[in-house]
Design a protein around this ligand. Sequence first.
Ligand code: MLT
Length: 312
Amino acid sequence: DGDGGAEGDAAGYPEQNITIVVPFSAGGPTDTVTRMIADPMAAALGGKIVVRNVEGAGGTVGAGDVARAEPDGYTVLMHHIGMSTAPALYKDLGYRPLEDFATVGLVTEVPMTVVARQDFAPATFQDLVTHVKANAGTVTLANAGIGAASHLCGLLFQAAAGVKLQEVPYQGTGPALTDLVGGQVDFMCDQTTNTSGQITAKKIKAYAVTTPQRVQSLPDVPTTAEAGMPQLAVSVWHGLYVPADTPPEIVEKLSGALKTALADQAVIDQMAKLGTAPVTAADATPDAHRAHLEEQLTTWQKIISDAGVQPS
Ligand code: MLT
């Protein structure tokens, strides 16, 4: 804008469209969460937000793109727990979660569900475990690529059950769930944002939720702890990022807009229907998000290496 200097840019921000990169396909959980908050955030900022899906390699392609984008506040990343697991899964990630990004704020935390095609034989979670152990060579487990939350949940399931299954990777939950509904794959573990509607419609069957408490929108589905596998405990936190050198004033503006969006009753209601809720205002901040990311990087590094998974 010709006035030079980051402070001048921050004062007029936003002066052009802001792009939020979703590192998974359209119609999946990350996309759903992003589209819920994009308009209320744009309204709070007095600008326009467009959502761009940059899928591939379990979210790491889109994340890498944003790490290398201009640090001007016009390219933002929505990513989830995969930001903290990828360094343990990829030898050559091409970006560093803590060094290459500035955290804007946490957004939500989404429970996961262990789900199967509607006509898959096992009736209960315990039956599922028995069935996959007996049929490890033929059972197929869908995921959204190495680094995806569904991949992580699948790893934890296999480690807890002591079984190695045939994994079928997709570019996101959107296409994976389409194939699950169509019966092309047997089962998967994915987020309530996208599975709960299909479960309620009886297009897929649910065995368990991966949170300590049952999910309000799925009251009949037991927790993994109730079903005998307390080790399978994971929920998918989401957060917004910008490239590391983005002016702090712009990061603050984005975080403020995020807080406004998360307090929007329509957003709260939509999230509740999908089994989740916004984080508190205190967690929708750069510092709380960064502290959470630091803790999660350590936690998942250990869990993934304890599960015997080597980065590749
Ligand atoms: C998606 O948006 O497709 C998902 O969050 C993928 C995943 O991590 O399982």
